[in-house]
Every structure is written in structure tokens, then in C-alpha cells.
Design a protein around this ligand. Structure first.
Ligand SMILES: Cc1cc2nc3c(=O)[nH]c(=O)nc-3n(C[C@H](O)[C@H](O)[C@H](O)COP(=O)(O)OP(=O)(O)OC[C@H]3O[C@@H](n4cnc5c(N)ncnc54)[C@H](O)[C@@H]3O)c2cc1C
Length: 323
């Protein structure tokens, strides 16, 4: 059996997790194995969203010690679930959580973990392609082991449904309490304005130095809201205190896999590019026609970001009012 960790986003299974599910189904079918999913917390409602994707069982990891996120406690709980179910492979999206949980589970089970994969082919060993150097290099590798663990970069796989729809069995799994184990724990949370996470948003409207100030992000916020997306930024925007680090796209920020990335006043330094290159379509708005991101973008508008966004928003507001 193969196991895929699913994360919740906006009340359903996140797009990045559905990519991992699609990839895991491909591996399971190639090996003639069942596909199970696992979620942390009482997320029984995710079962309905998984029924079309070939998942037969959803394991809900529920216990007092795993109620709040902790990479060590969740990783150890996952290791226990792997032994309990006899899973021979575990996949997750390459989100911060997915990577941390798998790394801890791998350490606990003493099994190998390949992070940041963009393609995984069935067989024994698994054949994989993974990102290195923040995505600048691609490495071909093989993964062998009694249990293989791998994480998948968002935007690598086209989400697809299974040929048959299954009713998903929901099973609760209570791991052994690990309260005395050394672990990190969340002590505070800052909620984001939008309910959509940057890593899994289908549209990201992102701003850099060219936006000019924290207040200059207001039209980006409005555009993101109108498009049902999230706001991102470059490191200059975080360094200047215009946005929080959680909004940063890039090597030392979030890697996105959006359908559409709108880069406003961002030059496109390599460290930024590796965070947004997974987007399917890139639109750059920049005063400099020679900016690297303008050269790499699918579409570019050469002009002042505030003027361009002002015109776009005017049209969108008028269209919304007419609808
Ligand atoms: C180890 C390391 C890690 C890093 N990690 C990251 C990372 O994760 N993410 C990241 O983003 N950067 C990262 N950086 C920084 C990166 O190298 C760049 O410095 C940064 O991305 C530049 O941000 P920017 O594009 O906003 O600014 P700039 O490079 O200054 O570009 C500003 C752009 O705005 C345009 N512009 C100016 N005025 C306007 C206007 N009115 N309207 C429209 N366009 C305008 C300009 O033409 C220019 O293209 C990292 C650097 C290092 C060394």
C-alpha cells in the first residue's frame, strides 16, 4: 500500500496535495498497490474530496499530542502509521509541513527520503527527478528502501481523477503519546488576510521594489481578492518591512505552483525566479523592458505598476458591477 499525506486548504484538499495524490496513484497503479491517504486532525470531511482520485482509505491521525502541529511529533506519528499499515511508500507535497513531517518520519523509520521531486516513476527503486540548488538544477536519482518517502514540488504534476470513483473508508489512528519527546511546538499564530495559502494559490499577485511602499500593495491586495488569489512579494519588499516574510516568493521564501503569477515591479533575480518558475503563466508588469523577469515572462506590460493595476482594477470592478 502507498500512503499520501494530504493537507487541508480553504476547507478542501489543497491543490499541492492533490498533485501528490495523482503522483502516488500513478506509482500505486504501476506496482499494483492500494492507495491510502493520511491527514492530521479530525478532517473526515476531506474524504469526499478524495473519492475521485483513487484513494480507498483515509487515516485520520488524532491524539492529544498531535492536535497542534509539531514536526517531530507528527513525523513520529506518521512513522508509527507506516509500520501499522505496512505502507511501502509515502508521498507528500513539498510544503514546509510536508517536508518536515517526512524528514522526521524518515529519521524515525531509518528509511530514505527524497525531497523536492518533480517526477517519480514506479518500479523498485523509484526513478525520480528532483530539484537542487533551490530549483536551478535538476537531478536524476533512484530511491530504494523498505519504505520510500518522497515530497513533490507544487506545479510538477497535472492533477487528474481516477477512472473509477471509490467510497473512501475513514479510519482513526491514535499514535502512542510522545509528550516527553524533545519537540518544537507552535506558541503563536498570525492569520493571513486571505484564506488562500501562497504555496497552493492558483493566482499569485506579487510585488517588489517597484511597488514603492507598504501602502503601494493595496491594489495588489484588491486584484488578488478579485481573482481569488494570494499576495506574494520579493525579498526587497520583506527587507523594507512592506510585507511579512511569509509572503516572500523565492529561494528563501515560498515556491509557488500557481496557474498565473503576476509580478509587479520585480526584476526577476535568480533567487526570486526559482520561487516562481513553477507557475504555468507569468505576467510581468515593469517599467524596464530589459528586466530579466520581463524576458522570461509569457506576457509583459511595460509601464508603471500603479498605473497599470489602476487600469486593470477599473475594468474588473466595472465587469463585476455589470454582472
Ligand atoms: C542568499 C539569497 C537569497 C535570496 N532569496 C530571495 C528570495 O527568496 N526571494 C527574492 O525575491 N529575492 C531573494 N534574494 C534577493 C534577490 O537577489 C533580489 O535582490 C531581489 O529579488 C530583488 O527584488 P526586487 O525585484 O523587488 O527589486 P529590484 O531588483 O530592485 O527590482 C525592482 C524592479 O522594479 C522595477 N520598477 C521600478 N519602479 C517601477 C514602477 N513604478 N513600476 C513598475 N516597475 C518598476 C524595476 O525596473 C526593477 O525591475 C536573495 C538573495 C540572496 C543573496
Amino acid at each position: 500500500m502507498l500512503l499520501v499525506i494530504v493537507e487541508e486548504d480553504a476547507g478542501g484538499v489543497s491543490a499541492a496535495s492533490l498533485e501528490a495524490v495523482t503522483c502516488a496513484r500513478h506509482l500505486a497503479e504501476g506496482a499494483g498497490l492500494d492507495l491510502h491517504a493520511a491527514a492530521f486532525g479530525a478532517h473526515g470531511d476531506l474524504a469526499a474530496g478524495l473519492s475521485k482520485y483513487g484513494v480507498s482509505t483515509l487515516h485520520l491521525v488524532t491524539s492529544e499530542s498531535t492536535r497542534e502541529y509539531s514536526p517531530e511529533l507528527w513525523g513520529t506519528a506518521l512513522a508509527e502509521l507506516v509500520e501499522h499499515t505496512g505502507a511501502t511508500g509515502v508521498l507528500a507535497a513539498s510544503t514546509d509541513r510536508g517536508t518536515e513531517i517526512l524528514a522526521n518520519a524518515a529519521a524515525s523509520t531509518e528509511q530514505p527520503f527524497a525531497s523536492n521531486c518533480v517526477a517519480i516513476e514506479p518500479g523498485d527503486p523509484w526513478t525520480l527527478t528532483r530539484q537542487r540548488g533551490g530549483g536551478i538544477l535538476l537531478e536524476d536519482a533512484e530511491l530504494s528502501g523498505r519504505v520510500k518517502l518522497a515530497s513533490l514540488v507544487a506545479g510538477s504534476v497535472e492533477i487528474s481523477e481516477a477512472t473509477a470513483t471509490h467510497e473512501v473508508d475513514v479510519l482513526e489512528f491514535a499514535p502512542t503519546p510522545q509528550a516527553t519527546m524533545p519537540h518544537s511546538a507552535i506558541v503563536d499564530r498570525t492569520s493571513r488576510g486571505s484564506g488562500v495559502s501562497l504555496a497552493s494559490a492558483r493566482v499569485v499577485v506579487s510585488g517588489g521594489r517597484g511597488v514603492g511602499s507598504a501602502e503601494g500593495f493595496a491594489p495588489l491586495e484588491e486584484l488578488a481578492e478579485l481573482l481569488g488569489g494570494a499576495v506574494g512579494c520579493s525579498r526587497v519588499a520583506t527587507n523594507n518591512g512592506w510585507r511579512s516574510h511569509s509572503d516572500q516568493v523565492g529561494l528563501t521564501g515560498t515556491k509557488i505552483g500557481a496557474e498565473l503569477y503576476i509580478a509587479c515591479g520585480i526584476s526577476g533575480a535568480t533567487q526570486h525566479w526559482v520561487g516562481c518558475m513553477g507557475a504555468k503563466t507569468i505576467l510581468a508588469i515593469n517599467t524596464d523592458p530589459e528586466a530579466p523577469l520581463v524576458a522570461r515572462a509569457d506576457y509583459a506590460v511595460i509601464g508603471d505598476v500603479q498605473e497599470v493595476l489602476g487600469a486593470v482594477l477599473e475594468r474588473l470592478r466595472a465587469r463585476r458591477a455589470a454582472a
